[in-house]
Ligand binder design. Structure first.
Ligand code: ADP
Ligand code: MG
Length: 605
């Protein structure tokens, strides 16, 4: 008996739909690309329930005639090509005439559209690829398309939709990518009737980044640029500097010939540009555009064109890594110039050298680290590591800026503490120069390392009056799987009812810590990292946690220290791992060499 049956077209269409519209973000991409293909300069997006309930895109593009509106939902209905031969010269995003057909097979669609010269527009309700109703309507030129009740015809597929937060993150990421690639278009994104982003056209990527990323990230961005002229490869963009690190790669946006691509190799080459300056497991954020001869790229290897294949990937990778390296190097040089200025003598900043990695207090050998490799964020070490490998590649022609720092060799010499200056820095007289140590940064590092290594020895105090902390129920639900992190840090904390936490004991060093604020921060970190697996989130939380506690519990700039306290601090710092930077990557100390001081006084040439 025959087993094979041919599916009726409407059933086949539902299956085909899966290829194009697997999830709300894919669907949104198709709709926005249609708007861009229609030369829209303004695109407003409305999302409800992460796109499961509604995805609506309103544009001011060319619009469609009523005749076109009626057939645009048919399979292979496209205005963009009429023969397959035209494929080679296509410049539009869509051309297969598949998106609207697929979408209307799996959701309820309302289309309102009008062309410039038309007196009125047309409104169509489409359900399961059929026009349910049609009426003329007064409306603006352009197209307004609403897709409601996604996958209501295919419950099996609906089940595979992820939770709202996950789908929303995809939408958010897609929106950002589109904004980066089309800086001349005004985009707006609304979520559940609230305007989330409003991005008028901007001339530069940096300004686009400022519209989309919050200030804490934006403040850490630098511009990068590089090229391999012989191979016609150009790279430019914005990336975060070494002080910023996140726990996922989701904020790395790469574009090849202005097309957003998810290419593992390319993002790896971007990360590689940071060499050892980012902590293990941390990733930068960045928006990087690669411009390359179109003959060198194959964009048709993925049904949604999200991947590309490069004819010579190594060449492109090198230009990206090098551009990042150079950008960081220039940034660090300028930071160093800016950071160290002494009183009103602006010229002094030129030859200040950060502490060498084997300084500053040589009296005791450093303790062996329990960690495989200490994270070295020492700025000099970064600079030393930066120009080495990649700049030796001859094909890359990027302007090299000279590094103002010089390596110094420190002799063993116990330093003499001169005193505290600006109630912030400890000044030390040493044989090779004058050392400045930031008391807060130094203490922060010491505490951070202690928290990391000696968790079990935390001394706690039982509170006379338990502290009650109120938070939203949803937030507490999010926090519950991670409550043991707080507990392992000596905070005796439990959930108390639906929306409260009760704290009965805290570690001694938590006296200055606002626990309610810390817990809010923790919820924020969990939300940001919620797509990562629980172990990765835990790891990240622990690191955040130590850094926060260390920061809050450490002595501050402005705290007066006596000689004994300064000595203690320096002695302990000397025995601490990773002592050249605080947990946020700021340097703990700097050195101004006598040679340079003498040069300034014209005692030396
Ligand atoms: P494709 O984009 O591959 O041609 P689609 O199914 O996405 O296929 O769209 C079918 C056709 O509908 C397009 O070729 C275009 O003519 C028309 N269309 C879709 N969206 C818009 C829009 N926002 N503005 C103007 N025309 C549109
Ligand atoms: Mg299309």
């Amino acid at each position: 008996m025959a087993q094979i049956k041919q599916l009726p077209p409407h059933e086949a269409q539902k299956i085909a739909a899966g290829e194009v519209v697997e999830r709300p973000a894919n669907l949104l991409k198709e709709l926005v690309e249609n708007s861009l293909d229609a030369d829209a300069t303004s695109v407003s997006i409305f999302i409800e329930q992460a796109g499961k309930q509604l995805i609506r895109v309103v544009d001011n593009g060319t619009g469609m005639s009523p005749e076109d509106a009626r057939i645009c939902f048919y399979q292979h209905a496209t205005s963009k090509i009429s023969t397959v031969d035209e494929l080679t010269s296509i410049t539009s995003f869509g051309f297969r005439g598949e998106a609207l057909a697929s979408i209307s097979a799996v959701a309820k669609v309302t289309l309102i559209t009008k062309q410039t010269d038309a007196k009125e527009g047309i409104k169509l309700l489409i359900d399961k690829n059929k026009i349910e109703s049609e009426e003329p309507i007064g409306c603006n030129t352009g197209t307004d398309i609403s897709v409601a009740d996604l996958f209501y015809t295919v419950p099996a597929r609906k089940k595979f939709l992820k939770k709202d937060e996950t789908e929303w993150r995809q939408i958010n990421q897609l929106f950002q990518a589109i904004c980066f690639a089309h800086k001349n278009v005004h985009f707006k994104l609304h979520r559940d009737r609230r305007l989330v982003y409003n991005c008028p056209p901007t001339p530069t990527t940096k300004q686009r980044v400022a519209q989309l990323w919050d200030k804490t990230i934006f403040d850490h961005t630098i511009e990068i640029m590089g090229s391999n002229e012989a191979a016609h490869i150009q790279v430019d963009g914005i990336v975060t500097n070494h002080h910023y690190g996140r726990y996922d790669r989701n904020s790395i946006f790469l574009f090849v010939n202005n097309r957003w691509v998810k290419n593992y190799e390319l993002s790896r080459s971007l990360i590689k540009g940071y060499m050892n300056v980012l902590q293990a497991g941390k990733f930068p954020a960045g928006v990087v555009f690669v411009t390359i001869d179109p003959q060198e790229v194959d964009i048709n290897i993925h049904p949604r064109k999200e991947e590309v294949r490069l004819a010579h990937p190594m060449r492109v990778n090198k230009v990206i890594s090098h551009a990042v390296k150079l950008g960081l190097e220039n940034h660090l040089s300028s930071q160093i110039k800016k950071t160290v200025t002494i009183s009103n003598q602006p010229e002094f900043d030129e030859r200040i050298t950060p502490l060498p990695s084997h300084a500053p207090f040589q009296s005791a050998p450093p303790l062996p680290s329990p960690y495989a490799k200490p994270i070295n964020l020492n700025e000099q070490a970064i600079l030393a590591s930066l120009p080495s490998k990649i700049s030796s590649e001859p094909a890359i022609q990027t302007e090299q800026k000279s590094v103002i720092l010089e390596t110094i060799t420190t002799k063993q010499f116990p330093g003499t503490i001169i005193g505290q200056v600006h109630t912030t820095y400890i000044l030390i007289d040493k044989q090779e120069g004058l050392y400045l140590v930031d008391q807060h940064a130094a203490h922060e590092r010491i505490l951070y390392e202690q928290f990391t290594q000696k968790l079990s020895e935390v001394a706690t105090i039982t509170l006379a009056f338990p502290q009650i902390i109120q938070k939203a129920e949803l937030e507490l639900d999010l926090l519950m799987p991670y409550l043991d992190i707080l507990q392992s840090h000596g905070i005796a904390i439990e959930r108390f009812g639906t929306d409260q936490l009760i704290i009965k004991a805290t570690p001694v060093h938590c006296k200055r810590v606002n626990l309610s604020e810390l817990i809010s921060k923790m919820i924020g970190w969990i939300t940001t990292d919620s797509h990562a697996d629980q172990e990765a989130v835990k790891k990240g939380l622990n690191e955040h946690f130590h850094a926060q506690m260390a920061c809050k519990a450490a002595i501050k700039a402005g705290d007066v220290l006596n000689h004994e306290q300064m000595k203690n601090l320096l002695d302990t710092l000397q025995k601490t791992d990773n002592r050249f930077t605080c947990p946020h990557g700021r340097p703990t100390g700097w050195m101004l060499s006598w040679y340079d001081i003498e040069k300034k006084f014209k005692r030396k040439q």
